[in-house]
Design a protein. Structure first.
Lengths: 260, 254
């Protein structure tokens, strides 16, 4: 039975926070699989629109735009390569002087590009609406071994922590005049002053963490699972529905590959 | 005369609610202490003063010149900064090489590099550890080493973020003597510290910050005599001030 204050908290939370992390992960899986099953460019565009709405309604669209910028370069390269060299190129789309771009290649690259956009936007929705600690708590409560959860979460944490360290070290080394060098060889030499403290600091932090875990009796058999403070919206039902959809979509894709 | 002036300075970290706002502030040659709680904006101010971060608006000038123009391509000679964590700035294989690194960037002669390195390591008390790997030193020794790397280069402006943190009493005395020596020779030595006893003992003037703003600049003794200011800034009273207060109370009662 939910406590009244907990119910109140659940009601005040935005909709995307009332969906559990596993549902969000399954949603990414469904959207990704769907983008691979669909072969029509307009259907793919509709799928992109759906992910955009997902981000828009969760208020995370603006912060996800950077990720799209990263994709743009990759998609442009694909359009260029496939437009020119796709093996089934037959119909001329347009030409730039002596360089001819073909419709089949461009369509194929656009399809791949759409899939990339769907995956990136859907992943962004997950990344921007869940925290690592929330995932850990949920997985532990769902029955996963706490050691496995800790290992998973450590892996998730290490990259942002290293990025944070890197930023700090870069700034600290700039204060020592590193980064002001002009020649290429000098610039290359500046990698070490950043890399050495970064590696040592990261190792040091891992060592400190393992010592503190030992001191706090991480291996204790008496350890109990921390009760979830939050309850999620129909999480079991969503898991089943999305899990089933994923299986159906995998089946569809396999069927398509067999009958190709 | 080296004079740093800040006018209408505003700075915010992207995606952060914290903002630094300073209407007007002047630092002159000598020893300067900046105090305040964690998150008051002290380290941010230091980074802005070092030119590592750029203000959103307003200006920092040194000797009448814009800070970036003042630094130009002579960062090492102009501004030195040590971070709270010495591990962020250490990367050479030996203590000696660590100190020599900055000097070599300034194209000093080999004999000069040798002489200054030995002198500075002697000053901070690390002369006997010259050939050791910096990462084999204790935290306080690494702190001394990071200070030595900046002091060796003798920039006009020296910025230290909590230099006394984790230092023992003899090391603190050595560092204070070095700061005093540099301040007496026309350098601007700006220090962030949480050590109020040290501030009262060594600093004539103090700059106090709270919530990203400068709330006091003036005589150190006057600052500690104002209970409301001390409370606003959120620092501990120096022991000497506490004793004085107790003594005053006792005398009044008598």
């Amino acid at each position: 039975m939910e406590k009244p204050e907990m119910m109140q908290e659940n009601l005040t939370r935005p909709w995307h926070e009332r969906i559990d992390p596993v549902t969000k992960l399954l949603l990414i899986a469904v959207l990704t699989l769907l983008s691979f099953v669909l072969t029509n460019i307009f259907a793919e565009a509709a799928l992109i629109l759906a992910t955009i709405f997902l981000l828009l309604f969760s208020g995370k669209l603006g912060s996800s735009m950077k990720a799209l910028g990263f994709c743009a370069f990759m998609i442009l390269t694909m359009l260029l390569i496939q437009g020119l060299f796709y093996p089934h190129n037959e119909t001329l789309a347009f030409s730039l002087g002596a360089i001819a771009f073909y419709q089949e290649g461009l369509t194929y690259a656009a399809l791949l590009g759409c899939r990339i956009i769907v995956i990136v936007l859907a992943t962004n929705f997950f990344m921007r609406t869940t925290t690592i600690s929330e995932n850990a708590k949920y997985l532990e409560n769902a029955g996963m071994k706490y050691k496995t959860v800790y290992l998973l979460m450590s892996v998730c944490y290490i990259l942002p922590q290293m990025m944070q360290n890197l930023k700090k070290i870069q700034l600290a080394q700039r204060a020592r005049g590193i980064g002001e060098q002009k020649s290429l060889i000098q610039k290359f030499k500046t990698i070490l002053p950043i890399l050495i403290p970064l590696v040592i600091k990261t190792l040091d932090q891992s060592m400190s963490r393992s010592i503190s875990l030992q001191l706090r009796n991480f291996e204790s058999k008496k350890r109990t699972v921390r009760a979830l403070r939050r309850t999620y919206l129909m999480d079991k039902m969503f898991h089943r529905a999305l899990g089933l959809t994923s299986i159906i979509l995998i089946g569809c894709k396999v069927w398509m590959l067999i009958n190709k | 005369m080296t004079k740093i002036e800040i006018n209408d300075l505003k700075f915010t970290y992207p995606g952060d609610n914290f903002g630094l706002k300073i209407k007007h502030l002047t630092f002159s040659e000598g020893m300067i202490a900046i105090i305040g709680q964690n998150g008051a904006g002290k380290s941010t101010l230091l980074r802005l003063l070092s030119g590592l971060n750029q203000p959103d608006s307003g200006e920092i000038t040194v000797e009448g010149q814009n800070l970036n123009d003042y630094i130009g391509d002579k960062r090492l000679e102009r501004i030195g900064l040590t971070f709270q964590d010495p591990n962020d700035q250490i990367f050479n294989a030996t203590v000696k090489k660590e100190v020599e690194w900055g000097l070599r960037q300034m194209d000093k002669s080999e004999t000069e590099v040798e002489r200054i390195t030995e002198e500075v390591l002697q000053e901070v008390g690390l002369a006997d550890k010259m050939d050791e790997n910096p990462y084999d030193l204790s935290l306080s020794e690494r702190k001394l080493l990071s200070i030595a790397t900046v002091v060796a280069v003798r920039p006009k402006i020296l910025l230290f973020d909590e230099p006394m943190m984790s230092l023992d009493w003899p090391s603190r005395k050595k560092i204070t003597a070095i700061f005093r020596y540099l301040a007496d020779r026309g350098h601007v030595v700006i220090t962030i510290t949480h050590d109020m006893d040290w501030v009262l003992e060594e600093y004539e003037d103090v700059y106090a910050m709270a919530h990203g703003e400068l709330v006091y600049s003036g005589k150190t003794s006057e600052f500690f005599e104002s209970p409301s200011l001390v409370e606003e800034v959120g620092v501990l009273l120096p022991k000497a001030t506490e004793v004085k207060r107790e003594l005053d109370r006792y005398l009044k009662e008598k």
